[in-house]
Write a protein that binds this ligand. Structure first.
Ligand SMILES: [Cu+2]
Length: 156
């Protein structure tokens, strides 16, 4: 039963440490502010895997949004498209960067208008049965970045 108690301890530890969990580390997480009434917002961040095993993010949700999807922006036949992803894979001892024109979180139907300085809690479920909560700031940004946040720009 030694394994069990260690994983219990680990999950206690995880629940108090949003940013450094001993498995995934989140850097520079931000959600660009969108105009009032915008139906979607985007989440960007750098996710590092500090373990020697690949880790997948298998779902993301937030109380502040109706739905959170994992997307990849890609040019298909000359058009910028967003392809829904079933998971985001972070390689062992590697990282995945969520940014405009690439992988990102698509935050769908905000419950209200969120503006600069607001804090959004994102809940990640990982392939290793771990859950991580992360507080992410809404950040004011340029109009181009805002368009990108709404998925209306190509690769950048
Ligand atoms: Cu998207």
């Amino acid at each position: 039963m030694k394994t069990l108690s260690i994983s219990l301890l680990l999950s206690l530890f995880l629940s108090f440490n949003a940013n450094a969990t001993g498995s995934l580390e989140f850097l520079n997480a931000r959600i660009p502010e969108a105009p009032p009434g915008a139906g979607v917002m985007a989440g960007y961040m750098e996710i590092s895997n500090t373990t020697s095993k690949n880790i997948d993010i298998i779902s993301v949700n937030s109380q502040s949004f109706k739905m959170v999807e994992m997307h990849q922006s890609k040019e298909v036949d000359g058009f910028a498209k967003m392809l829904p992803q079933k998971k985001l894979s972070i390689p062992a001892n590697g990282k995945l960067i969520l940014k405009s024109g690439s992988y990102h979180l698509m935050l769908i139907k905000p419950e209200k208008w969120f503006k600069h300085g607001d804090l959004i809690k994102l809940n990640f479920t990982l392939s290793n049965d771990t859950k991580i909560s992360l507080d992410v700031n809404i950040k004011k940004t340029s109009s181009r970045a805002m368009k990108c946040a709404a998925g209306k720009c190509g690769g950048m």
